[in-house]
Design a protein around this ligand. Sequence first.
Ligand code: ADP
Length: 501
Amino acid sequence: MNAPQQPVLTAATTEFMARHNHRMLIGGQWVASSNGQTLEVLNPADESLLATVPAATEADVDRAVQAARQAFEAPGWAKMRPDQRQRLLLRLADLIEANARTLAEIESLDNGKSVAIAEAVDVALSASYFRYMAGWSTKIEGSTLDVSIPFAPQNEFVGYTRKEPVGVVGAIVAWNFPLLLASWKLAPALATGCTVVLKPAEQTPLSALYLAELVLQAGFPEGVVNVVTGDGPSVGAPLTRHPGVNKLTFTGSTEVGKLIGKAAMDNMTRITLELGGKSPVIVLEDCDPAVAAGGAAQAIYFNQGQVCCAGSRLYVHKKNYDRVVADLADHANALTIGHGMDPSVQLGPLVSREQLDRVCGYIDIGRQQGAEVVAGGGRAGDKGYFVKPTVLAKVDQKARVVQEEIFGPVVVAMPYDDLEQVAAWANDTPFGLGASIWSNDLSRVHRLIPKIKSGTVWVNCHNMLDPALPFGGYKQSGFGKEMGRAALDAYLEQKSVLMMV
Ligand code: ADP
């Protein structure tokens, strides 16, 4: 493991981190929690205290929802022309780019991920998503229809539909891509004219607070974006059941997603859920084993495996199984583990002690259920939340490590005989977020794609996302889509108008 180095930070990061006791944003004001309580934010690479943030109360959540409601109805936002919203979103994208290194550093310190990857992936995708959604601001449209009402044949009608912003959005996000997940929620909400109360994960609230500063700098009216910090039960749950919230959008575990879904129904709050996954990587017979092993390594070890669509199950045709697994183990063993601020590091720490214990616990369960550990197999070092990139081989399809989401750098590898069998196994978990197929055999690939029950199927790549391509789950991976036009619709109500003329 690489020894920690003293990171060289931008002046803006240094200034932001030196504040130590951060405030949250409600109605354009930076405020402490109403009862003065705070939450500690730790650096997962060395377990040191990075900062504190307000531990918001239910009263704070209520104030944030009210501020968002006022902003939603105030002429400054409600009557803003779509091209002006577009301009604000473009300005925000520019500010994200201008602050790319700072945002990446904050993300790396808070989450543990590599600063280089944070800049190239998390920050770049966030800016690109705000730009993509900015374009939609001026393209929200209904349709006109010729109606045929059978019981009023003598009358003439004009029928049309119009799209309207759904209102106040409660957005609750996880800690694996803090900035990017916040952007996935904010961009479509703002493009459609909604207002937002954002709750970042308690482990990683810092980049959302920095982003909120950029939102104000971009010129969004006060109260359009509010950020409340704190944990799930005391901040997320009150936001979920608040009657003033018109739409909830959540990224996180399936378990919490179900709680949020049930709470949402009490108020008929609109809801989008992007939940867990156990995505298969399917290597067909013709695939070069070296390509498959490299692809499989990227699919699982990217972001320390803390990716909802991580390629956490590897199915290799039996002909090439041993070779691909051996190469994958070599890739795993070659990864440089260390502090995310070190530019040579490829695998940072997990986000928290809880995650460290959970992932190591799953590795032990795998062993107990007969898995062969061919790489990694436990914690790396004794300071910071590092886990060795792990490969578990020849695991039974029904084993817990095959069926349950681990959310760490652990892949299970199984050999298969034929296409029918691998399709059945690929679908044999409660999840359906992503899958990848590795092959140049076009007819086999095309036969397999419709059989896979997941929201995304990649071919010869994995974890590739684009703002224009809808992303979301089948089965218990959630419902509703992020990105693309589909995401926009999730923030709009459709009104039908029928006029007798
Ligand atoms: P993970 O398992 O990846 O930590 P969670 O699903 O627990 O993810 O958390 C994702 C987000 O959901 C976080 O912002 C967390 O605070 C929030 N959360 C957790 N529990 C609840 C809850 N009961 N109601 C609303 N939000 C919650």
